[in-house]
Design a protein around this ligand. Structure first.
Ligand code: FE2
Length: 374
């Protein structure tokens, strides 16, 4: 019997659990090399659809016989035709990824990070296709969402499953690599929206100031303390949750550090970045568990499918935290910067509320991998 189509949720769960997965990606070569589905035990083969149309015999020989084959395309349409062609040629155990890369880019998978004071809980939402991480802090029937992405229904649904009300929505900085769902989520749930004031240039809506020393208390039980940590943007602010976790936004990742150039200000912000990473973060509790807003490589995902590491371990292992020479550090972050994310300027304007693109345009603006790290 033919296999059922694979959903992006099923694929995300397989990858996060470290299962072996075989993908046949039929997009154009350049699209595949720019951005493809990855994972610890993911193997993928790129054969563009046009090539398949010319005959499938060569491809057939490269496909495993003992594994399921999942065909991936941009939107989950041509992959269905490819499945039919390959089935007709005798390939078994083959099906397509529903919704293709578009759906993959939009899937969020909630993972529990740990328990908090007074029965609270902390969840990480992994947007595995794009490397974005967002968070929900739950305590006594209330929830706070940090760095929400555009797919806000996931948070609303998760909160209702948990029987909690979203009361607070916070952003660590003005995002440039993905569209923030923060303001919309706050509006739709009647939650208070918190934002770092030093990033508010051009912002078209009101917000509550999340500046150094400000604090939000979830369910009268769990504190989120703001800790000013500029360098990725001038307002970038970290959040210390329950005195245990350090939400670093895009300043510090597990295997890299944030880039300071997304507003074209690499030269101006590099000193701030250095000060945050080499001084400010040295002066907080080193046992804090770092929860970044992104991951760049699949290796940053732990065995259990979550992304986090103790601050002190990062000072040992992350080589970008160990560049003693200031000039060398400057070169490291301003030379050879990775290409700017697609549409980053449009994304910033959208996040400021200056632009209001429709859903399709938003989707299009976010196509591709995240490039927040150096
Ligand atoms: Fe960012």
């Amino acid at each position: 019997m033919a296999l059922q189509p694979l959903t992006v949720k099923e694929l995300a769960q397989k990858i996060l659990a470290g299962e072996e997965v075989f993908l046949l990606d039929i997009r154009k070569e350049e699209d595949y090399s720019d951005w493809a589905i990855q994972g610890r035990n993911v193997r993928s083969l790129n054969v563009p659809y046009k090539q398949l149309e010319n005959g499938v015999e060569d491809v057939k020989e490269q496909l495993p016989e003992d594994k399921n084959i999942y065909v991936v395309c941009a939107k989950g349409i041509s992959s269905q035709k490819a499945v039919t062609m390959l089935e007709e040629a005798g390939v078994q155990n083959i099906t397509h990824l529903e919704g293709g890369m578009t759906a993959w880019s939009e899937h969020l998978e909630p993972m529990k990070i740990g328990d908090l004071s007074n029965g609270g809980e902390l969840y990480q939402f992994i947007r595995i296709g794009k490397g974005c991480l967002s968070y929900m802090v739950i305590a006594n029937g209330e929830a706070a969402v940090v760095d929400a992405v555009r797919m806000i229904d996931t948070y609303k649904q998760f909160a209702s499953e948990k029987g909690v009300e979203i009361k607070y929505v916070l952003d660590t900085h003005l995002h440039a690599d993905h569209i923030s769902g923060g303001k919309t989520l706050a509006d739709q749930t009647d939650a208070a929206y918190y934002f770092p004031p030093k990033d508010d240039e051009g912002l078209t809506f009101d917000y509550k100031k999340m500046e150094d020393g400000a604090e939000v208390t979830v369910g009268n039980a769990v504190n989120i303390d703001a800790f000013y940590s500029p360098g990725h943007t001038s307002g970038s602010t970290s959040f210390i949750v329950d005195q245990t976790y350090l939400m670093t936004g895009d300043i510090l990742f597990v295997e890299s550090i944030g880039r300071p150039d997304l507003a074209g200000k690499a030269e101006d912000w590099v000193d701030d970045l250095r000060e945050t990473l080499y001084e400010r973060y040295q002066n907080v509790e080193q046992d804090l568990i770092v929860l970044p807003a992104h991951f760049g490589k699949m290796e940053e995902i732990n065995e259990d499918g979550t992304v986090h590491a103790k601050l002190k371990e990062l000072y040992q292992k992350n080589d970008r935290l160990n560049v003693q020479d200031e000039q060398e550090f400057k070169h490291l972050v301003t030379d050879n910067l990775p290409p700017q994310p697609n549409s980053h300027e449009e994304i910033r304007k959208t996040n400021m509320g200056q632009k209001n693109p429709d859903e399709d345009e938003r989707r299009e603006m976010e196509v591709g991998p995240n490039r927040c790290a150096v």
